[in-house]
Ligand binder design. Structure first.
Ligand code: FES
Ligand SMILES: [Fe+2]
Length: 438
């Protein structure tokens, strides 16, 4: 459990809150490059409780500015994106990608009032098809975190997003909790189509995995082992990277890898943005098609994606909700799936959303299976307190190389150390992409 005070500290992200201040020290990924086009309509974006608009100007430069017009508060969403800025439809005040007021046609031509007006704007970085923003106070921009995929070409990446109507910590905790794999995502009779049948058997047979954790410069490694049944142990290592990034372990020969971030929209809503990528070869058209159709933690099968609207992240909202029971099928629950919920991400969302928008962690009863989430909460709370006391930028923000890590999965003999055996495999390496059990 967590005290009510610590729960508030960890979950609240608005401007001026402790976690909000800490999170604003980090670059935040939020948009795909393809979502805004030159002189095209702006996209509504809500990050850490702030209403913003993203758009791309005539020169191709992306911008992120406050949605509310500084004149009299109309939404700039309806604005005209032309001549190097977004012009408000109410009186024509126009703002460029840096938030500078570049035209004020409702005032006399001789007026210099427009020089005195600016709107909120945050700097952006665009790399590997993803747009990031820095909402912090430092005038010297920190480097992007050195995630493996940032240097990969687009043909080695498949990307997606998903909105979830809960606090961000609840979402991220699902990634750190390998215990639930034996239940939430379990087929009652082994799925003949599963590409990870061997792992499914292990998860079915050993439902109480053993957890160990490692504190690192960038976050926490959550290591989890299950008995294979032949004396060996099956280890899976999840990476949690400050503040909201996770990498879950791979499956199979020369595996694809993944990354995701649980980015708070506000206190009660989160979106998960993520990629599947291969470190050294492009996806075939067939592989790409398969990945784009698949439902995963952060990907929604196309038929369960709501039609795009102009609300923030309006292209990435699912149609399965608490109100329609995530299309749970009680017959399927008796005979097929432990959860009875067919769509993969919805199997996670059903428990996570029914905890309430911001779960009151003073009510919980944590067991040994919760070791990973307990450690990451402690890490977050310590980082908040340290940031508040010394006011310094967290060291990992300034050391992008510490993010050059991979998750891992492998079989080990009982006397082998996962720490030693995975030391090299946990590093990003151009030379090798070691196999993992499937
Ligand atoms: S409210 Fe935007 S220009 Fe007047
Ligand atoms: Fe899950």
């Amino acid at each position: 459990m967590l005290s009510a005070v610590d729960n508030e500290l960890m979950t609240r992200v608005g401007a001026g809150t402790s976690m909000g201040n800490l999170m604003r020290e980090y670059w935040i990924p939020f948009l795909f490059s393809s979502e805004i086009v030159v002189d095209g309509p702006p996209e509504r974006v809500r990050l850490l409780g702030e209403d913003l608009l993203a758009f791309r100007d005539a020169s191709g430069k992306p911008g992120l500015i406050g949605e509310s017009c500084p004149h009299r508060g109309a939404s700039l969403y309806f604005g005209r994106n032309e001549n190097g800025g977004l012009a408000c439809i109410y009186h024509g005040w126009q703002f460029d990608v840096n938030g500078k007021c570049v035209a004020m046609p409702s005032e006399p031509a001789t007026s210099n009032f427009h020089d005195k007006v600016a709107t909120v704007s945050y700097p952006l970085a665009e790399q590997a098809g993803v747009i990031w923003t820095y909402m912090g106070s430092s005038s010297a921009l920190p480097p992007l975190p050195g995630l493996e995929w940032l240097d990969l070409p687009q043909d080695q990446i498949v990307a997606s997003k998903r909105v979830q109507y809960s606090n961000w910590v609840q979402g991220m905790e699902g990634d750190l909790d390998q215990s639930h794999l034996s239940f939430t995502h379990r087929w009652l009779t082994l799925n003949p189509d599963s590409y990870r049948r061997g792992v499914d058997v292990i998860r079915q047979n050993d439902t109480h995995p053993h957890f160990e954790v490692l504190q690192t410069e960038y976050g926490v490694v959550v290591a989890c082992s299950r008995e294979v049944g032949d004396g060996r142990k099956y280890w899976r290592l999840t990476q949690q990277m400050m503040p909201f990034h996770t990498i879950t372990p791979p499956y199979g020969d020369d595996p694809t890898r993944n990354w995701r971030a649980w980015v708070p929209i506000d206190d009660e809503n989160v979106f998960v943005i993520g990629l599947t990528f291969h470190p050294n070869k492009p996806f075939t058209a067939e592989e790409r098609e398969g990945l784009e159709q698949r439902a995963g933690v952060w990907t929604i099968s196309p038929q369960f994606r709501a039609p795009k609207t102009s609300v923030p992240f309006g292209a990435w909202r699912p149609t399965l909700t608490v109100e329609n029971d995530f299309h749970q099928d009680r017959e399927l629950q008796r005979n097929g799936l432990y959860s009875g919920i067919p769509e993969f991400w919805a199997q996670d969302a059903a428990p996570q959303l029914t905890m309430g928008r911001i779960f009151n962690r003073a009510k919980e009863h944590l067991g040994t299976s919760d070791t990973g989430i307990i450690t990451v909460r402690r890490r977050l709370l310590n980082a908040i307190k340290k940031h508040e006391v010394d006011g310094e930028t967290p060291p990992e923000v300034l050391n992008p190389g510490v993010y050059q890590v991979r998750a891992d999965a492998l079989f080990l003999e009982p006397d082998e150390s996962w720490l030693e055996s995975t030391a090299e495999r946990r590093k990003v390496s151009a030379a090798s992409n070691p196999d993992s059990p499937a």
